[in-house]
Write a protein of this length. Structure first.
Length: 298
């Protein structure tokens, strides 16, 4: 009888031990990678909008974007075209009491003068309304996208980018250093797969520093979204480790952010990997639970 009790006790202890190990392993497993990938898809393309629009505004007479350029001076590439038509008004008479904020169009389909020189394939139109001169602190511009698509190299893999609007507010402008700082809010951003096979959502409240000599930008602030599997996530980019995107590169070159998918632990995403700091490559990593996972930027 004693031996039977001993066998039962050993069996129960063994079952308890196995059950405990199984529970522990389940808790430690964290293989949610889609939020990191989908956030990078949105980050890289939406980040390109502000320097592109700011740069072409400088090259377009009448926008008041360049303090050293008068309205009558021609430019090599006047990419912005003022929109006129039924129900559409606007002028560049900034000091007139009857002034109406002008709306310009920027056509990226087979554009002769590409405002984003990173060799990425793009098509569609941006409509930009200026509420004040871009160089003036406190002025705003609203960007609306129409049929906007982009892909790294394959024209059959263009992702569709949509949003209610992108509102850009000039925070500061230093004509000596050619550094311009903006607050950027993206409302109800959306990325749709090449064959409408997936959708992600994305909204931001960010600070962008634009070096107008190099067209490089750095970004910090918050954002949130929903990945293609319908999982929500939040993102924080600390000011101490801003995301950096060079105008000539399709990918984010460096920076560290914290991304938290709903129901999972925060993962630290590091874009400073691959061939080195500030380099142009499609490699990045994220770390969670002491593990570091490499992934490709798209």
């Amino acid at each position: 009888m004693r031996s039977i009790k001993l066998v039962f006790s050993v069996a129960a202890l063994t079952l308890l031990t196995l059950t405990s190990c199984h529970k522990k392993e389940t808790v430690e497993i964290d293989n949610e990678t889609q939020s990191v990938v989908d956030n990078a898809v949105a980050e890289q393309e939406f980040m390109s909008m502000v320097p592109a629009v700011n740069s072409v505004a400088i090259k377009t007479k009448g926008t008041g974007a360049d303090a050293n350029r008068s309205a009558g001076t021609s430019a090599l590439c006047d990419s912005l075209q003022i929109v006129k038509g039924p129900g559409v008004l606007g002028d560049t008479l900034w000091t007139s009491p009857t002034h109406v904020p002008p709306t310009y169009s920027l056509n990226l389909t087979n554009a002769a003068c590409s405002p984003i020189p990173d060799s990425k394939l793009r098509e569609g139109v941006l409509f930009i309304t200026f509420y004040g001169r871009v160089k003036t602190n406190g002025s705003r511009m609203k960007i609306v996208m129409q049929n906007y698509k982009a892909a790294n190299t394959d024209p059959n893999k263009k992702i569709s980018y949509q949003c209610d609007s992108i509102v850009v507010k000039t925070v500061s402008n230093n004509p000596t250093t050619d550094i311009r700082i903006f607050n950027v809010k993206i409302y109800n951003g959306k990325c749709v797969g090449p064959t409408n096979n997936w959708t992600t959502l994305y909204s931001t409240d960010r600070t962008i520093t634009h070096n107008m000599n190099t067209d490089d930008i750095s970004i910090y602030g918050t954002s949130n979204g929903t990945n293609r599997n319908n999982r929500k996530f939040t993102v924080e980019v600390p000011q101490a480790t801003p995301l950096v995107k060079k105008s000539s590169c399709q990918f984010i070159s460096s920076g560290i952010l914290n991304l938290t998918p709903e129901g999972f632990k925060t993962r630290t995403v590091d874009y400073t990997s691959g061939t080195g700091v500030g380099s142009c490559d499609d490699e990045a990593t994220f770390s969670v639970n002491g593990n570091t996972i490499a992934f490709k930027l798209k």
